[in-house]
Design a protein around this ligand. Structure first.
Ligand code: DHB
Length: 505
């Protein structure tokens, strides 16, 4: 029988790209179909291979057979993540992540993945960004649209299903594909970081099988070697409670929003104070958090349980604080040598200027945690993720092909101002890496970075992820880089160093 998922070894173009004062030559296999029944044109894969490897040479000790396969994604805001290519990072002017990974000797698989607006491409509101739209308008428009039939084919769990299909495609072609399919390392930021964590946690879980079958994914394993996650916006069904555990009492919120202004998308600062109703949500959600944490049975490095009392105080809080202290300590030791990260840091985050830190004998001895939280400020009003009016990226992510958006917590559903439905329990679980850790074929190696000044989700969320992984025996490199906001790929040299260590050990 003909194998329509066979990798065509001759289907490449030779390319040379210059960026950031460097130049690389590589083979570009672009627009590969990674599943038999794609539901959206975005479901394509670009694969890049350093030319030196193809010529039988080695880069950084890697050959065509042994090079790790680095799988970065471009997912953000749970939007579709288009394929990417080596070039210049438009924000920094430097060589982009794919370029640097190739330069380092990796094979790079850069997939296009469905997201919450896939299927609605013809509708101008959805091009490229989350914008404020009237949900009723969209429902009408999606009913009527012709070419895309208004079917929202990218809703949960499409993004992880596509990622698994990509991993299966690579494995399906293990004899033909450049690189080592047993050294697949995913990488992503924010919603893309959550996706990387999902790929890492859920390897070979049967839960995704019907969806993989639907798109005609190869029948192969989909576990991976390692996951690199920058500020993963994950564990969504517990993220509202975690957010209020951290920020309750801070009623001012501030965020940059994207808005449609005529045909253009503009940035503006949205700020204000939570209403009494929102403050009441905050209090109620904060109360939910201790029972969630206590039910996890987390342990610190000495094996002591990490717990919270009913008011949200206790060893778990000390544990989060300890991660912040360590981050400050590291910055204290290295800040003069770290100009590169300094440029990306939040204004006013310089280590010497933080009066809530107690420094003794050159060591950060203590953090006034309440003052630290005040300093980083609240970004989102309560509930932070599952919005009571369904107007959040996450509610859209949990929509269906027919329903624009749904809730994913009992709390928001019960308090819904728009009579919103709630997504199926199993589906909500399938979008959360945490319950799969150690239950599915979870990646052995993890690198998690979450800026210490990131307020898109509670610091408790990445701490929980890293702690569960460590408790279950996985290798975890976790840190909260000082001063950094919600961002990713800011320390690629260190990331690649970590990859080289785990691949060569
Ligand atoms: C992203 C950021 C958020 O604050 C969020 O709620 C979801 C996704 C992101 O940047 O991907």
């Amino acid at each position: 029988m003909e194998d329509n998922l066979r990798f065509d070894q001759s289907g490449y173009k030779r390319k040379r790209v210059e960026a950031g004062g460097q130049s690389i030559q590589f083979r570009a296999y672009e627009g590969i179909r990674y599943c038999l029944n794609p539901r959206n044109p975005i479901q394509k894969l670009n694969l890049y291979v350093p030319e030196t490897l193809c010529q039988g040479g080695a880069v950084n000790g890697y050959t065509l057979k042994t090079a790790p396969i680095f799988v970065p994604n471009t997912v953000g805001g749970y939007m579709p993540g288009p394929v990417d290519e080596p070039g210049v990072n438009l924000r920094t002017g430097e060589a982009n992540t794919i370029f640097q990974a190739l330069f380092h000797g990796y094979v790079v698989a850069a997939p296009g993945l469905r997201g919450r607006t896939s299927g609605m491409e013809s509708q101008e509101f959805f091009v490229g960004a989350k914008v404020d739209v009237d949900i009723e308008d969209v429902k009408e428009d999606t009913k009527e649209s012709g070419e895309n039939s208004g079917r929202m084919v990218g809703r949960a769990p499409a993004v992880i299903v596509d990622m698994k299909a990509v991993i299966r495609y690579l494995r399906h072609n293990k004899e033909q594909i450049p690189g080592d399919v047993e050294k697949i390392i995913t990488n992503g930021t924010s919603a893309g970081g959550a996706l990387s964590a999902l790929a890492g946690a859920t390897g070979n879980s049967p839960d995704y099988e019907p969806y993989l079958e639907e798109i005609g994914a190869a029948k192969e394993r989909d576990d991976i070697f390692a996951a690199s996650c920058y500020c993963p916006i994950h564990n969504l069904e517990n993220a509202d409670a975690a957010y209020e555990w951290l920020f309750s009492g801070e009623n001012k919120y501030q965020k940059i929003r994207l808005m449609r202004d005529g045909g253009e998308i503009r940035l503006f600062l949205e700020q204000g104070y939570m209403t009494e109703e929102e403050q009441a949500y905050s209090k109620a959600l904060k109360k939910q958090f201790p029972s969630y944490v206590n039910g996890l049975g987390l342990k610190d490095d000495r094996g002591d349980l990490l717990l919270l009392d009913a008011s949200g105080e206790g060893s778990f809080k000390e544990w989060v604080k300890e991660h912040v202290r360590k981050a400050a300590q590291k910055e204290w030791e290295t800040h003069d040598s770290c100009e590169r990260l300094d440029k990306l840091a939040v204004a006013g985050s310089r280590i010497g200027e933080q009066d809530y830190l107690t420094v003794k004998d050159g060591k950060v001895a203590d953090v006034d945690f309440g003052a630290f939280v005040k300093k980083i400020t609240r970004m989102k009003k309560a509930p932070a993720f599952d919005a009571v009016d369904l107007d959040s990226p996450e509610c859209e992510e949990f929509g269906t092909e027919e329903i624009y958006a749904r809730h994913f917590t009992k709390f928001a559903c019960e308090n819904s101002q728009v009579n919103g439905a709630i997504a199926e329990e199993k589906l909500i679980r399938m979008m959360n890496p945490v319950p799969y850790i150690g239950k599915a074929d979870t990646a052995k190696y993890w690198r998690i970075r979450h800026g210490a000044f990131d307020r898109d989700t509670s610091l408790a969320i990445p701490v929980i992820l890293a702690t569960i992984l460590k408790n279950k025996g996985y290798e975890v490199d976790f840190a909260l880089p000082w001063g950094l906001p919600h961002s990713g790929d800011y320390d690629l040299e260190e990331l690649f160093c970590w990859i080289d260590e785990i691949c060569k050990c």
